[in-house]
Design a protein around this ligand. Structure first.
Ligand SMILES: Cc1cc2nc3c(=O)[nH]c(=O)nc-3n(C[C@H](O)[C@H](O)[C@H](O)COP(=O)(O)O)c2cc1C
Length: 324
C-alpha cells in the first residue's frame, strides 16, 4: 500500500521504541508492518511468568515503547493515528499505527525525542537537592497528557508510610522461589543484550535504606553515599485497570520519564507495591484516589549513570519476506 508506512520508517522509529524501559529489561516487544500500518505486539516468549503472571508489566513496557514510536514518527514528520488493542481476537497486539496527515513536529515533541537516548533508570543515591515546583508541575502535566495521573508523596510521614507498604510488598515477593530465580536469571554479570547489568543495578541494599531495591546491584556503596533522606516519590496511576489502561499507563510513564530527563532529572522505578494486590490497594487508599496505581517513581538529581543494553532492532522486527 503506497500510503502506508515504509520498512525504513518502521526501522527508524523502532530504534527509538526499543530504548523504552521494561521489566528486568526483557524488551517484551515486536514490531511489524501490516496493511501499511505499524503493529506493536507483546512478545509471548519474553513473558515473566512468576514476576508478571497477569502480563501487566509487559503491557506497561509496550506502552512505553509505543510512546517512543509515536514520538519518533512525529519528529520524522510522519505522525501516526493509534488504535490500542485493535483486534479483540488477538490481545497480544497492543497497538496499530497508521499514517496521519504529515505535519512539522512541535517543540515539545523535539525536546522529548532528544531525551530518548539520555533516559535510563538511575538506581544510585540522588543528591539531596529538592525537585523544583515547576518541574513537579511539568511531570504531572506529562501524565495528564496521556490520560493518567501522577500523585507526589509529600511529607516525611507520607513517605514513611509508603516505604512500609513497599517493604512489605518486597518481602512478600521475596518469599516466592520462582520470583527469586527469575530475578537472578535477568541480573547480568557478563556481556548481554538484555537483562540488567550489575553496573546499572545500583548499590547493594543496606539496612538503613528507606526504600527497597530490586536487588540487581552487586556494588558496595562508597562511604557517605547513602540514599537521599527525603526522596521524591511519585505514583503514576490510570482511571481503570483494563489492558488498555495499562498500555495508557506505559505511555504516560514514558512521557513522564522523558519530561524528567529533559528537565535534567534522574529517575528509578519501583514496582513491588504495584505487583502485590494488597500493597497496591493500600497504596491507593493512602493516596485517597480513585483509579489504579500503575508504577512508582523515585525522582531527583543524580550523577550520570549507565544505560542498559538493547537487542539489535532487526531482532524485534517482523518484516515482509524480501524486505529484511
Ligand atoms: C513494568 C516495569 C517494572 C519495573 N520495575 C522495576 C523495579 O521494581 N525496580 C527497578 O529497579 N527497576 C524497575 N523497572 C525498570 C527496568 O528494570 C528498566 O527499565 C530496564 O532494566 C531497562 O533499563 P533502563 O530503564 O535503564 O533503560 C521496571 C520497568 C518496568 C517497565
Amino acid at each position: 500500500m503506497d500510503t502506508g508506512f515504509t520498512v525504513e520508517q518502521l526501522r527508524a522509529a523502532a530504534r527509538d521504541a526499543v530504548r523504552a524501559p521494561s521489566m528486568h529489561n526483557t524488551q517484551p516487544w515486536r514490531f511489524r508492518l501490516h496493511d501499511g500500518g505499524i503493529e506493536l505486539s507483546v512478545d509471548p516468549r519474553r513473558r515473566l511468568p512468576a514476576t508478571d503472571p497477569s502480563g501487566w508489566g509487559g503491557r506497561l513496557g509496550c506502552g512505553a515503547a509505543l510512546f517512543n514510536l509515536r514520538l519518533s514518527l512525529a519528529v520524522a514528520g510522519t505522525p501516526a493515528r493509534v488504535r490500542i488493542r485493535p483486534y479483540p481476537h488477538d490481545p497480544d497486539v497492543v497497538a496499530r499505527l497508521v499514517p496521519d496527515l504529515p505535519r512539522r513536529p512541535t517543540p515539545a515533541e523535539l525536546s522529548l525525542h532528544a531525551a530518548v537516548p539520555r533516559r535510563f533508570s538511575n538506581r544510585a543515591p540522588f543528591w539531596p537537592d529538592p525537585v523544583p515546583a515547576e518541574a513537579r508541575w511539568l511531570l504531572g502535566e506529562a501524565a495528564r497528557a496521556e490520560q493518567c495521573w501522577l500523585e507526589l508523596v509529600i511529607g516525611v510521614s507520607a513517605v514513611n508510610a509508603f516505604a512500609e507498604i513497599a517493604h512489605s510488598a518486597h518481602r512478600v515477593l521475596g518469599r516466592d522461589p520462582a520470583y527469586r530465580s527469575e530475578l537472578a536469571a535477568w541480573a547480568r554479570t557478563g556481556p548481554a543484550r538484555d537483562g540488567v547489568p550489575a553496573a546499572a543495578g545500583g548499590p547493594v541494599a543496606e539496612p538503613q535504606d528507606l526504600l527497597p531495591t530490586r536487588g540487581f546491584g552487586t556494588r558496595e556503596r562508597a562511604p557517605g553515599r547513602d540514599f537521599e533522606p527525603e526522596p521524591l516519590v511519585a505514583v503514576l496511576g490510570s482511571a481503570g485497570n483494563t489492558a488498555a489502561d495499562q498500555v495508557a499507563a506505559g505511555q504516560a510513564l514514558q512521557r513522564v520519564l522523558l519530561t524528567a530527563t529533559d528537565a535534567g532529572l534522574a529517575a528509578s522505578l519501583l514496582s513491588q507495591p504495584i505487583e502485590v494486590p494488597g500493597a497496591r490497594e493500600a497504596l491507593r487508599l493512602s493516596l485517597g484516589r480513585f483509579g489504579t496505581p500503575q508504577m512508582v517513581l523515585r525522582i531527583g538529581y543524580g550523577q550520570p549513570g549507565w544505560p542498559t543494553p538493547r537487542r539489535d532492532v532487526d531482532e524485534v522486527l517482523d518484516l515482509p519476506v524480501g524486505q529484511a
